[in-house]
Design a protein around this ligand. Structure first.
Ligand SMILES: [Zn+2]
Length: 119
């Protein structure tokens, strides 16, 4: 994890919290539930970005240049997968946030089956 990434997370969080503070200033009579919803809305954006960054930092996200013995194996025949290009995989997370993950699509050189390796 580089400090550059940490800085970006801090900036995201700071931006989200200033949105919350501004919203609060404009909604002085908001109820507990309304405040909670406004907070969740802002935090969910930060959460989705953090989730994307954390998942993409997995070695599974990019199989290219990974030694054969460290690559995930084909569930059918046990052969180490090869990278079949980098693709964007869209995943829905909580609070209806869509996360776009950039990942290697794995393909088995022996039997030809293909999938996104988990992890
Ligand atoms: Zn196979």
């Amino acid at each position: 994890m580089t400090s550059k990434v940490d800085k970006r997370w801090q900036d995201l969080f700071t931006a989200a919290m200033s949105e919350v503070a501004e919203w609060r200033g404009q909604h002085k009579k908001a109820s507990f539930t309304e405040i909670e919803a406004a907070l969740d809305k802002q935090l969910s954006g930060v959460r989705a970005q953090l989730l994307k960054d954390l998942v993409e930092s997995s070695p599974r996200a990019d199989l290219r240049g990974q030694p054969k013995e460290e690559r995930p194996r084909c569930p059918e025949c046990g052969e180490p997968l090869v990278a079949n290009g980098q693709h964007t995989r869209k995943v829905m997370t909580t609070y209806e946030q869509q996360v776009e993950l950039r990942r290697s699509y794995g393909r088995c050189p022996a039997c030809g089956c293909g999938f996104f390796p988990s992890g």
